[in-house]
Design a protein around this ligand. Structure first.
Ligand SMILES: [Cu+2]
Length: 249
């Protein structure tokens, strides 16, 4: 909720299933709302809301009023606990992600973490995840998008990239920073079907991954579950791929 003197302050309590303007501020060490932000991926504020059981995910872009109050229309469909993440960089400072719990009153049945899932289907698109998250080292993740069995080769740039990946650790919702490999217009990054990311897992465990991608004018989200093995602290003896990334069709 607080880091480097900056604090995320939710100002709105939401009711289950009711759309409302969710408002919040980021305050500085002096308690004043921050009003100057750097643009990252086309936006000054990236706001992510997940249910505590990592079943639901929303990535939205609030608008800021002159007094530093951010607001965004938000609906949390069911009662329960949620975590909000504000991903931003204050002008003159480094990028930060602050998190806060949002509680929605009512009965709630938490879902268990899904089994490892490497294929996600959304709106007729199939997205396949190859590669692994590794504890303590950077792993390459390749997401391949297809529609009706055909590779999608005309993904559209969304916020300066062909895909945005958010990874969260089950158990405490640690937020992983994931960096795309290349960007639209750099002369080498193709608009699909593959989107490549590099990510490091802070520990062994279960992770949920959410990929936002845009095609035919609409942004969709594909979701995955990965489990990482324990950190070995040493390279594995055989340098050959162990088959983690291979899948039969
Ligand atoms: Cu964003």
């Amino acid at each position: 909720m607080s880091e480097k003197g900056y604090t995320l302050n939710p100002l709105t309590t939401l009711k289950a299933g009711k759309k409302a303007d969710f408002r919040f501020t980021v305050t500085d060490a002096g308690g004043e709302p921050v009003t100057d932000y750097q643009v990252q991926h086309d936006k000054k504020m990236h706001f992510i809301v997940v249910s505590r059981d990592l079943d639901t995910f929303q990535h939205v872009h609030p608008e800021m009023a002159a007094d530093g109050v951010w607001s965004v229309p938000l609906t949390l469909e069911s009662a329960g606990a949620y975590r909000a993440f504000a991903d931003f960089a204050p002008t003159g400072g480094e990028a930060l992600t602050l998190g806060a719990d949002l509680l929605v009153a009512g009965d709630h049945e938490p879902k268990p973490l899904p089994e490892e899932t490497r294929t996600s289907t959304v709106d007729g698109y199939e997205v396949k995840l190859d590669g692994d998250l590794a504890a303590g080292s950077t792993g390459k993740l390749t997401l391949t998008v297809s529609k009706d069995g055909k590779p999608v080769t005309d993904l559209e740039p969304y916020l300066g990239a062909y895909g945005h990946l958010v990874a969260l650790r089950a158990g405490d919702l640690a937020y992983l920073h994931v960096h795309p490999d290349g960007e639209p217009g750099d002369g080498k990054t193709k608009p699909g079907p593959e989107i490549v990311f590099y990510a490091e897992a802070p520990s062994a465990g279960g992770y949920r991954l959410f990929l936002d991608f845009q095609h035919e004018g609409k942004v969709r989200t594909a979701d995955f579950t990965l489990r990482t093995g324990p950190a070995t602290g040493a390279p594995t003896p055989d340098a050959e791929p162990t088959g983690h990334g291979e899948h039969s069709h």
